[in-house]
Design a protein around this ligand. Structure first.
Ligand code: ATP
Ligand code: MG
Length: 194
C-alpha cells in the first residue's frame, strides 16, 4: 500500500493537494475534518460533540478521532493506499496510526509537510471564511487553530523526522508547483511501498 500523510497548518493546502494526489495515484482520501463536518451536517450525536470543539478551534479528543479513523480504515482495506489529511494531529494519534497500520502489515511511506508562512495562512483562511461558511474560518477561531497547531500538532514533525519520513515542501508556490514537488517525492518512494 502507498500510505501518505499530508501535513501542515490550517490553510496550508492539504485538501487541495490531496485531490491532485488522489487523481494521480488513486489513493483513498481520509480527511478527518471532512468526516466531522459531514456528521455535523447530518446532525448526528457525534456531530453535536464535534461541533463544540470545532467552533472554538480545539481538537476533538484523541480517543474519539482514533476510533473514527480505525473504522474508516477497516471499511476500506481494499484500497491501493490511503492519504491521511488532517490526521494525525497529536503525537498520540501518530502512535495510534502506526499501530493500526502495522496490524495490517503496512506503514506510512511519507509525510508531506507543506510549509507556509503564517501571514499567508491568515490571508488564505480569512478569504476562505468569506465563502466557506465554516464556523472555524472566523478570525478569532483561526488564531486559536494556529496556536493549537503549534502546540499540539507541530511536534509530529520531529516524530516523523526521526523516522526519516518527513519531506518538507514549500507550500507558498502555485498549486501546480507544489504538486510537482509532491509527485517527485511519491514517484521516488512508491517502489518501496508495501
Ligand atoms: P486545511 O485548511 O489545511 O484543510 P484545517 O485545519 O482547516 O485544514 P480540518 O482538517 O478540516 O481543517 O479540521 C477542522 C477541525 O476538525 C479541526 O480544527 C479540529 O477541531 C477537527 N479535527 C479534524 N481532524 C482532527 C483530528 N485528527 N484530531 C482532532 N480534531 C480534529
Ligand atoms: Mg481540509
Amino acid at each position: 500500500m502507498l500510505n501518505v500523510i499530508i501535513f501542515g497548518p490550517p490553510g496550508s493546502g492539504k485538501g487541495t493537494q490531496s485531490e491532485l494526489i488522489i487523481a494521480k495515484y488513486g489513493l483513498y482520501h481520509i480527511s478527518t475534518g471532512e468526516i466531522l463536518r459531514q456528521e455535523i451536517k447530518k446532525q448526528t450525536e457525534l456531530g453535536a460533540v464535534a461541533d463544540e470543539y470545532i467552533k472554538t478551534g480545539q481538537l476533538i479528543p484523541d480517543e474519539l478521532i482514533i476510533k473514527i479513523l480505525a473504522d474508516v480504515l477497516d471499511a476500506n482495506l481494499g484500497a491501493k493506499g490511503f492519504i491521511f489529511d488532517g490526521f494525525p494531529r497529536t503525537i498520540a494519534q501518530g502512535k495510534a496510526l502506526d499501530q493500526l497500520l502495522s496490524e495490517k502489515n503496512t506503514s506510512i511511506i511519507a509525510v508531506l509537510n507543506l510549509a507556509v508562512d503564517e501571514e499567508e495562512l491568515l490571508n488564505r483562511l480569512i478569504k476562505r471564511g468569506e465563502e466557506s461558511g465554516r464556523t472555524d474560518d472566523d478570525p478569532v477561531v483561526i488564531q486559536k487553530r494556529l496556536e493549537v497547531y503549534r502546540n499540539q500538532t507541530e511536534p509530529l514533525k520531529e516524530f516523523y523526522k526521526k523516522k526519516g519520513k518527513l519531506f518538507t515542501i514549500k507550500g507558498n508556490n502555485s498549486i501546480e508547483d507544489v504538486f510537482e514537488k509532491i509527485a517527485e517525492v511519491l514517484d521516488r518512494l512508491s517502489f518501496q511501498a508495501k
